[in-house]
Design a protein around this ligand. Structure first.
Ligand code: NAD
Length: 472
């Protein structure tokens, strides 16, 4: 696959400072498909300098003009959808249809939403005898994960640009080719040199250098809680702004009276989507004891329909996991679930039949999961759902709120009012009511250890602004 051997800095592909490279592997067949440079501190420094130099000009550009550039970026992403989707499928392993519809389709919509928001947002407000100016925070350092490689980048770049910030992106090691295609689109969209810069590299080298760089005013990170803690500490020590989108262990609460088959089917589809590698996946299904066995049987039947297969084949409904480490991690959690006494209903830790190579994991359903078990507490990041039993609503609420996480959730009931009343008591940043659809304008982010800050829509834009009050 085509790969640049340099970094996109100050509007051009520049040679990398070091000689090391990072191999990109296709998780469906374990073959190397390309390599990108492993950036070092000097690359990060050059990128931050370019972003800083471009800041005054971009911040002074009229918001409507920034919106026009974002619209042009959206148009480039649309024009190159098939190509980007193929690259995402090749380096991540998500099924091709999903790559087109979601992995590229959602970033297109998000970029378009910020093109409109830039033009319509009130960057000034009156408060009594003051005028409050909402000004760009400055240079942003964005560190992104591999699970939605384009989405996680546009989630940060689009609002940053709408706000008038400039940005340096350090994408995940596993999915740098998508990031390079994104940088090509940035150039094609006529976004001025230095406004968006890309440095590929290892998290512990390039990522850390970016988080620590004194020229970065805001670090926006999405990924694991372990790394999020480190980034938060670095930012705290330097008194810089930080946004953290971390993991989740979201509950799908099915109350008596809900449409049980639908609630279970939607839940299983949600967990196997992207091979379970979604931070907001509904990985805990909570069912009333009277309906418990019925739900377990429905979930098992539903899960078996997702037969792992080559993600390039449009008929496949479940691709591999991103890499061997993640596959082994997920298998380890499945083994732990069995060890701790959960009932394995379908799936398991063995390689799926007919898939001797590739990092595949079978869709797995656990029943008789109790709240203190590891598989009920920790983020697995694979196609694994844990079904827990509750006695009454208060019990369901205790279980649902009983983890360190608080990213998302879902409630199903006989009517929206009942489900909404329950959702108000959930410690979570997003809750879907009776199968409510994902909304790219709604704030996305976590309660508790799931993170700090919000992405998407106007709330996401506000993260990239700081206020100045003028008194008259
Ligand atoms: P990670 O947190 O290690 O990686 C995310 C990003 O952070 C990557 O770009 C990586 O290069 C960078 N990074 C790593 N160490 C860094 C450091 N010390 N300083 C600065 N940047 C650093 O995530 P992972 O190892 O790829 O995945 C592990 C687990 O994280 C997953 O199993 C899952 O539970 C969770 N995860 C969550 C999300 C999410 O969307 N919330 C996404 C991916 C992974």
């Amino acid at each position: 696959m085509k790969a640049h051997d340099g970094m996109y800095i100050d509007g051009a592909w520049r040679p990398a400072a070091g000689r090391e490279t990072i191999a990109v592997v296709n998780p469906a067949d374990e073959q190397e498909i390309g390599a990108v440079p492993a950036g070092v501190e000097a690359d990060v420094d050059a990128a931050v300098r370019a972003a800083r130099a471009a800041l005054p000009g971009w911040a002074a550009t009229a918001p409507a003009e920034r919106g026009e550039r974002l619209a042009a970026l959206r148009d480039r992403l649309v024009a190159r959808t098939d190509e980007i989707a193929e690259v995402i499928t090749a380096e991540l392993g998500s099924t091709l249809g999903f790559s087109k519809r979601v992995q590229v389709g959602v970033p297109v919509a998000v970029t378009g939403s910020y093109a409109e928001l830039a033009a319509s947002y009130a960057f000034e407000e009156k408060v009594g005898n003051s005028t409050v100016l909402l000004e760009p925070v400055g240079v942003v350092g964005a560190i992104t994960p591999w699970n939605y490689p384009l989405h996680q980048i546009t989630n940060k770049v689009a609002p940053a640009l709408a706000a008038g910030c400039t940005i340096v992106v350090k994408p995940a090691e596993d999915t740098p080719l998508t990031a390079q295609l994104f940088a090509e689109c940035v150039a094609e969209a006529g976004i001025p040199a230095g406004v968006v810069n890309l440095v590929t590299g290892l998290g512990t080298v390039a990522g850390q250098a970016l988080a620590e760089h004194p020229g970065v005013d805001l670090v926006s990170f999405t990924g694991s809680t372990a790394v999020g803690r480190k980034i938060g500490a670095i930012a705290g020590a330097a008194v810089k702004r930080v946004a953290l989108e971390l993991g989740g262990k979201s509950a799908n609460v099915i109350l008596p009276g809900a449409d049980l088959p639908k609630a279970v089917a939607v839940n299983v589809a949600d967990v196997v989507r992207n091979s379970g590698q979604s931070c907001n996946a509904l990985t805990r299904m909570l069912v009333h004891r009277d309906q418990y066995e019925e739900a377990v049987a429905l979930a098992a039947e539903e899960a078996r329909a997702y037969v792992p297969g080559d993600p390039r084949d449009e008929r496949s409904r479940l691709g591999p996991l991103v890499n061997a480490k993640q596959r082994d991690r997920v298998r380890g959690y499945i083994e732990k679930g069995v060890e701790e006494g959960a009932r394995l209903v379908t799936g398991g830790a063995d390689a799926p039949e007919g898939q001797p190579s590739g990092y595949y994991v079978s869709p797995t359903v656990f029943a008789d999961v109790t709240p203190e078990m590891t598989i009920a507490q920790e983020e697995i990041f694979g196609p694994v759902v844990s079904i827990l039993k509750y006695e009454d609503e208060d019990d369901a609420l205790r279980i649902a709120n009983g983890t360190d996480y608080g990213l998302a959730g879902a409630v199903w009931a006989a009517d929206d009012a009942t489900a909404t009343a329950f959702a108000r008591r959930l410690d979570a940043g997003q809750v879907d009511i009776n199968g409510g659809r994902f909304n790219i304008l709604a704030p996305f982010g976590g309660y508790k250890r799931s993170g700090v800050g919000r992405e998407l829509g106007a709330h996401g834009l506000a993260e990239y602004l700081q206020t100045k009050s003028l008194q008259f």
